[in-house]
Design a protein around this ligand. Sequence first.
Ligand code: DAH
Length: 431
Amino acid sequence: MTIFSAHSTLFTRASVSLLSSNGLKRFSFASSFSSSTALHSPPLRKTKKRRFPIVSAVDIGGVTIARNDVVRDDDPTNNVPDSIFSKLGMQLHRRDQHPIGILKNAIYNYFESNYTKKFETFEDLSPIVTTKQNFDDVLVPADHVSRSLNDTYYVDSQTVLRCHTSAHQAELLREGHRRFLVTGDVYRRDSIDATHYPVFHQMEGFCVFSPEDWNQSGKDSTLYAAEDLKKCLEGLARHLFGAVEMRWVDTYFPFTEPSFELEIYFKEDWLEVLGCGVTEQRILKQSGLENNVAWAFGLGLERLAMVLFDIPDIRLFWSDDERFTSQFGKGELGVKFKPFSKYPPCYKDISFWISESFTENNFCEVVRGIAGDLVEEVKLIDSFTNKKGMTSHCYRIVFRSMERSLTDEEVNDLQSKVRDEVQRKLNVELR
Ligand code: DAH
């Protein structure tokens, strides 16, 4: 396990058992208090505007998607907020001067120079997919935590915002593609901190082999694919990180057997770079490829870009502040980000009695819905159950802008909206 997060792979076995995402996974015993360090910040322009404009339609690869088809108050299954809808057409991975785009291009270059013209690239497949594509086609078990409304954004009971690029494996195989890289924005409801954001980017790699490939080698097909996979990905890691120490860790994914994670030793810690494995035969069989073997991998672009470019907070990727955007140029992998300033944080605590249906992700969603990118972290700092069996949670919310100092008035206003909305939407009792 590494301490660096930024969306490590979701589908390992450990996540199967995290079924009760009730906020207790990041426990802390600090006592509750309320403070504000924004007291001395200079008064800035008053912003009464919404944190995110309500966007009425987005364009994804030339297709217009209307807000009302994705954000639906009339469907109890729908849990897509406007803040998420507005991200749908952004496609940071297609910006050549953005760290995410620069990293994607560097990976493309690796594949192009080592496997010339062998891998097709896809980067504007719609992130709105069916539950069949996102889960069933890649054998995600019926009771897997990722299927819950708490973890995934549902448009309706059969449509989701993809939570991984693996959602496209089966359809591309069925269409006849055999070696491909799929890059795209993926969506996950999650807690809030410097390495988690509900939208991030992944790249999926897939490579199918035929019997003649492994027959010549004299190896069994699975071993052949696993060795080829490891060689390919070790080369990729060296291409991105230089001569680093690496190790393979056995793991579990529903779609591969055997499954591995690649870790590199970076800045005195083991960093998980990607998840991968030899594709389950059932997935190939669904596409009429029962005589073949394949490997697949999935990697999170933010996670790697944060390390390669020294980007300290995942929200920065979404900033259009010139002081951020002007630091990166096409093809310049690994230029170190120079922080323009660290504006003061402002801490606010909120305590309430939770109900049975309470989850930390739902709480974070409310906070994000109000504060947008002004919220840096939400931490459970105290939890106890009284004699009557009622459980109280105290959360510390860290407000901080990447771009300016926040005023007390503004933060108080945000906090009071959080208090109102938490009560109204989450069925909790404020203390
Ligand atoms: N889809 C996985 C995730 O998001 C990542 C992954 C792991 C993709 C292994 C793969 C794979 O194709 O073989 O957690």
